[in-house]
Design a protein around this ligand. Structure first.
Ligand SMILES: [Zn+2]
Length: 279
């Protein structure tokens, strides 16, 4: 699932490509999934900015409306040019034509003929059109402090009130926004904190520093493409080359402390950690 660094990378890249363009048409193969898309017209509207709110991508348009995209489990956005061959959308571009980029569910056509495309093999992603005032209300009510912009003080305060295990608390989008399975594993290894520690008992300052360090490093590397996520040009990010625990189960801990990386289940998710340095 795309996490904060992947969404941030997408937003930064799209900002440089689509701001100032108008949306002139759209296409989808699953209109029933995008129920409110026709209630508020976004055609002929100019894209004023693209921003990230938690794991959401928000296109702010002229006329006081916004389009919100949540990529959910397997979605990612691409930018380029495709044409319809009668049964499929096809493109000449090498990266964009890779299989992982071929599950096209939604297309925004821009006035310069380029397209913003939602690829989503598992069809869980959301595309919603909002009046800005309504979107602000929803965001204020439902989006927790952002993992990257939360202050040190607020982060420490949030953890001090939580009695759940830290792995769950870090991934809980109603507590802190933006962190999922990969980055929580990597952050906890970096901070030498056991994923089973009770949140209010961990060294919150150390965890705050590791959170910033890992997320900023991942943004610099343009996200993690171990699974479906790709950059908007269809190519891969490279954080997957920097994993210390995620996907390393059964291997020696890179701290050479004699630990072997373990994998355990919590609910329907898995966690990975070194039992020697993460106590
Ligand atoms: Zn270790």
């Amino acid at each position: 699932m795309p996490e904060l660094p992947e969404v941030e990378t997408t937003v930064k890249s799209l900002s440089g490509l689509v701001v100032g363009s108008k949306i002139v048409d759209f296409w989808t193969d699953v209109p029933q999934r995008y129920s409110n898309i026709q209630n508020i017209s976004f055609l002929k509207k100019e894209i004023l900015s693209v921003k990230r709110i938690g794991k959401n991508i928000v296109f702010v348009l002229s006329g006081g409306i916004s389009i919100l995209v949540h990529q959910k489990i397997s979605g990612h956005l691409l930018y380029g040019t495709w044409s319809w061959d009668g049964s499929n959308w096809i493109t000449e571009d090498n990266f964009l034509s890779e299989r992982v980029n071929s599950f096209i569910r939604f297309i925004f056509v821009l006035d310069n003929k380029s397209m913003i495309v939602l690829v989503d093999p598992r069809k869980f992603a959301k595309v919603e059109v909002w009046e800005n005032s309504e979107l602000d209300k929803k965001i204020n009510k439902s989006i927790a402090p952002d993992a990257l912009s939360v202050s040190k003080k607020e982060f420490i305060e949030i953890l001090s009130k939580r009695r759940g295990i830290i792995k769950r608390v870090l991934m809980d989008q109603s507590i802190i926004s933006g962190i999922g399975n990969i980055y929580s594993d990597e952050i906890l290894w970096d901070a030498k904190i056991s994923p089973y520690s009770i949140a209010k008992d961990v060294d919150a300052l150390k965890l705050y520093n590791s959170t910033r360090k890992i997320l900023l490093k991942a943004i610099k590397l343009k996200g993690d493409s171990m699974s479906d996520y790709r950059l908007v040009d269809g190519s891969k990010g490279s954080f997957q080359k920097e994993h210390r625990v995620y996907g390393r189960e059964g291997l020696k801990c890179l701290r050479n402390d004699g630990g072997i990386i373990q994998i355990k289940k919590i609910g329907n998710r898995s966690l990975r950690f070194c039992p020697v340095c993460q106590k």
